[in-house]
Design a protein around this ligand. Structure first.
Ligand SMILES: [Zn+2]
Ligand SMILES: [Zn+2]
Length: 462
């Protein structure tokens, strides 16, 4: 039985775990309460900041930034600020231009960075604080995604989203008065990002079964309890009660802590995130304004849980035939020189366009699709097939997640956010190439079921 923790116990925690590792997080301060902004001057004093640099955009300035400036001015706190102009449609992109603006206005004598926002503004501030060696505080305006306390910043460089190292906030400040007024699409995006954990935690267990990947039941327990609470809260989130908004915010913070504990994003990101990234990349290439991260993750979750629901009733594959085919491929010579790899490369160039070199380099290194690796996984999959089916049965029905998201007015199908069927098809087939991370999609590919499952989903979506 895994140990149970409260959120407060986990903030700044470091402990030896039953899994044999020591888990720790540097995220040590969370002030999520009514009137939290009033605590900012005291917090800055405690951190020894004489003059913070505050970053917001037009929207977050209106929602919260103006109040931050008022509180600091009233306390006699010096500060500098930049208010980036939000575009008329969509959100401000975290790209070279936005980051350039933040840096060009960076006053040399500012000793700390404060972001007032959620996604983009948080990412810009986290990276600016990192490259200037300043501490970072996040004043959250909407609980819309789980990157709030993360130590990396996904930024767009040359139309590609690249993950840069960044400073995790030394403190997260969330005023419940402000958080509870966030637009419903941002709140439902936060819910989508958390419900995605139903899938990624199952992916994690699946990989532990098939590949013997490291797994920690304590970290999984922390995330499971956060999703269960979020499910409860989500069913009445339209009432915007402070308790429910706090539950959602804490769930997103806990995702960040769980990633720190695991040392990677495994407890918070699986195939549902990979397909979300895939859609996001295609939108970037096509110059279509971005959709909220959590909204796409919610849609990805419905897709992946649907696949788990199908897996739960799948007949046992013909492992002898699958293994024989893998052996025959392996005998043909080195994988990277094979015709199969050349064909795969050509396909990636078509599907991933400007990002293809990155995807190809990853496979050249990881070689997850190489026949030798496939054979090894097939042997393990065969051995654990019954356990795999039992695990798949633990995944919630995709309809249940759909109902919760729809109850919040959130989209649950790719076409509802403008993703065309072609990208859905390619996403299901190829988004697994974005990371060297085993998920249900790799399992289905291994047992030759990815294409039939894709066809099944496409029929449903059409
Ligand atoms: Zn552990
Ligand atoms: Zn996420």
């Amino acid at each position: 039985m895994a140990r149970e923790f409260t959120t407060n116990e986990l903030i700044g925690a470091s402990f030896g775990c039953e899994c044999g590792r020591t888990h720790s997080t540097r995220f040590s301060r969370m002030i999520v309460e009514k009137g939290a902004l009033e605590k900012l001057p005291g917090l800055l004093k405690e951190l020894g900041s004489k003059k913070p640099y505050i970053i917001c955009d037009t929207h977050t300035h209106e929602a919260c930034g103006a109040e931050v400036f008022r509180v600091l001015a009233a306390a006699g706190q010096n500060f500098e600020k930049i208010i980036l102009e939000s575009p008329e449609e969509g959100d401000l992109p975290a790209d070279e231009l936005s980051f350039g603006r933040v840096c060009m206005a960076f006053p040399k004598d500012c000793d700390l960075v404060i972001s007032v926002g959620a996604g983009t503004i948080n990412d810009l501030g986290r990276y600016a604080s990192y490259i200037t060696g300043r501490d970072f505080i996040l004043v959250l305006t909407a609980p819309s995604m789980d990157g709030a306390v993360s130590g990396v910043a996904p930024l767009i460089q040359n139309h590609l989203k690249i993950t840069f190292p960044a400073h995790a906030p030394v403190a997260l400040v969330g005023d419940l008065d402000i958080l509870s007024k966030a637009p419903m699409k941002m709140l439902s995006a936060g819910v989508g990002d958390i419900l995605g954990k139903y899938n990624c935690l199952t992916d994690w267990r699946l990989s532990a079964l098939v590949n013997g990947e490291y797994h920690c039941a304590t970290i999984e327990g922390i995330m499971r309890s956060a999703i269960d609470k979020t499910m409860q809260a989500a069913r009445k989130l339209t009432e915007r009660s402070e308790d429910d908004i706090r539950t959602l915010t804490e769930g997103l913070v806990l995702s960040g802590i769980a990633m720190d504990f695991a040392g990677n994003s495994r407890p918070a990101s699986g195939a549902e995130h990979h397909i979300s990234h895939f859609f996001e990349m295609q939108f970037l290439f096509d110059g279509i304004p971005a959709i909220l991260h959590g909204t796409k993750v919610g849609i990805g979750t419905v897709i992946m849980l649907r696949l788990y629901n199908e897996l739960a009733k799948m007949p046992r594959p013909d492992f002898e035939a699958l293994k024989a085919a893998a052996r025959a491929k392996a005998e043909k010579g080195p994988y990277l020189e094979s015709e199969e790899f050349a064909a795969w490369k050509a396909e990636m160039q078509k599907v991933y366009r400007g990002a293809a070199p990155m995807v190809i380099a990853l496979e050249e290194k990881a070689q997850k699709n190489a026949p030798e690796r496939l054979l090894k996984r097939l042997e393990s999959t065969e051995k654990h097939w019954d356990d795999i089916l039992s695990l798949a049965k633990t995944a919630p029905a995709s309809e249940e997640i759909e109902a919760v998201l729809e109850g919040l007015g959130a989209p649950v199908r790719p076409d509802q956010v403008g993703v065309c069927p072609h990208y859905v098809e390619e996403g299901i087939l190829h988004c697994k190439e974005l990371r060297d991370r085993y998920t249900i999609l790799q399992l289905l590919w291994d047992i030759d079921m990815l294409v039939p499952m894709k066809d099944l989903l496409m029929r449903e979506f059409a």
